[in-house]
Design a protein around this ligand. Structure first.
Ligand SMILES: Cc1cc2nc3c(=O)[nH]c(=O)nc-3n(C[C@H](O)[C@H](O)[C@H](O)COP(=O)(O)O)c2cc1C
Length: 148
C-alpha cells in the first residue's frame, strides 16, 4: 500500500498549556515512530494544523485517535491523499509553535488574506505550503544552531 498524507485543522481548547503540548509530543513520538507516521504539528493563535504522513491505515488510526482528544475540538479534515513521497521524513512529529515573530506573520500573510493565523479559512494546498515553509524555517534554525 502506498503512502498517504492527511491534513486537518482544529481549535485548541483555551486552557491548553505548554505541559499539554509536551504530553502531546511525547505521545506522538512514542506512537508515530512505531506506526511509521511522520509529520508536522503547528500551534498558533489557538489553532492546531497538523499533517500526518505514512501508511494509509496507520494515518487513519492515528487521526481517529487524535480527533477524540479533548484538548481540541471542531477538527476539520482538509485532505487525505496518496503521495509519492514524504515531506517531513526526519520527524515522527515536529511541533512548531508560531505566530509571534515578524517572519512568521509574513509567512501567514503569504498564504492567507490577513496576517492572522486562521487555517480553517485556508485551502488544503495553502495549509500544506505553509507547513512546508515552516518546516524549512525549522531546518534552517537547526542547521544554524549546529554550526554556531
Ligand atoms: C492537536 C493534537 C495532535 C496530536 N497528535 C498526535 C500524533 O501525531 N500522534 C499520537 O500518537 N498522538 C497525538 N495526539 C495525542 C492523541 O490524541 C492521544 O492522546 C495519544 O495518541 C494517546 O497515546 P497513548 O495511548 O500512547 O497514551 C495529539 C493530540 C492533539 C490534541
Amino acid at each position: 500500500m502506498g503512502l498517504y498524507r492527511l491534513i486537518y485543522v482544529s481549535k485548541a481548547h483555551e486552557d491548553v498549556s505548554y505541559p499539554d503540548l509536551v504530553s502531546i509530543m511525547e505521545a506522538s513520538e512514542r506512537n508515530n515512530r512505531s506506526a511509521g507516521v511522520t509529520g508536522l504539528l503547528c500551534y498558533g493563535d489557538d489553532w492546531f494544523l497538523q499533517t500526518l504522513e505514512g501508511h494509509r491505515q496507520a494515518v487513519s488510526q492515528t487521526y481517529n485517535r487524535i480527533v477524540g482528544d479533548r484538548r481540541h475540538f471542531n477538527a476539520e479534515l482538509l485532505s487525505f491523499q496518496e503521495i509519492p513521497c514524504r515531506q517531513f521524513v526526519e520527524w515522527s512529529m515536529k511541533a512548531v509553535q508560531f505566530g509571534l515573530r515578524d517572519d512568521e506573520r509574513q509567512l501567514i500573510l503569504r498564504y492567507s488574506s490577513r496576517d492572522v493565523f486562521s487555517p480553517a479559512s485556508m485551502t488544503a494546498e495553502q495549509c500544506f505550503e505553509l507547513m512546508l515553509s515552516l518546516a524549512g524555517m525549522a531546518r534552517v534554525r537547526v542547521s544554524t544552531s549546529q554550526s554556531s
